[in-house]
Design a protein around this ligand. Structure first.
Ligand code: ZN
Length: 176
């Protein structure tokens, strides 16, 4: 299978949707307009329409967009990373986490907990002498997300992108 992008007529604007790869920049804000992250320090993000790992509600907002379009979308946490469960905030004995190695922890640090269902990430929220308070919710759980998006490019997906289910190239999935 060829990995060359299909030749298309450049006079026709390519429209985002199934079978297309979107290249875009975004700024992400919480409900208080605090900037959470931005793509602008690097390459545009590439996304094959329908790609797993990219919020579905964001991808839906792309449908019909062309290169040069700007849009803003607010995604309630129920369609983003879900609600914040208070019972996933727990106080754990430090020695259960560092095995008594006197590791240094700081609030905001992401650590890996080993549980019965395998390793899971957690955010340190408070550091005590003998205990750590950790939050095992996704860092964006309970957060309503507003994306300000600039569509940089829309192109047809290559055959191998469709076969793999993700976009390839700079800003997308890199592999040989
Ligand atoms: Zn691939």
């Amino acid at each position: 299978m060829s990995d060359q992008a299909p030749v298309s007529d450049d006079s026709v604007a390519r429209v985002a949707g199934p079978g297309m790869v979107m290249a875009f920049h975004y700024d992400l804000y919480d409900a208080s307009a605090n900037k959470i992250e931005s793509s602008k320090a690097g390459n545009p993000v590439l996304c094959l329409h329908g790609e797993r790992g990219v919020l579905l509600a964001l991808q839906e907002a792309f449908v019909g967009k062309v290169a040069g379009d700007d849009f803003s979308i607010t995604i309630p946490h129920g369609r983003a990373y879900g609600r914040h469960y208070p019972d996933r905030v727990q106080r754990l004995a430090r020695k259960k986490i560092d095995g008594g190695k006197q590791q240094t922890f700081r609030p905001g640090q992401i650590i890996t907990l080993r549980g019965e269902h395998g390793p899971s990430p957690a955010t340190v929220i408070k550091v005590g002498k003998f205990n750590l308070d950790v939050d095992m919710n996704h860092p964006l759980a309970g957060v309503d997300l507003t994306f300000d998006v600039q569509v940089v490019d829309v192109r047809e997906a290559t055959a191998s992108e469709v076969a793999h289910g993700h976009a390839h190239g700079v800003g997308g999935h890199q592999h040989a």
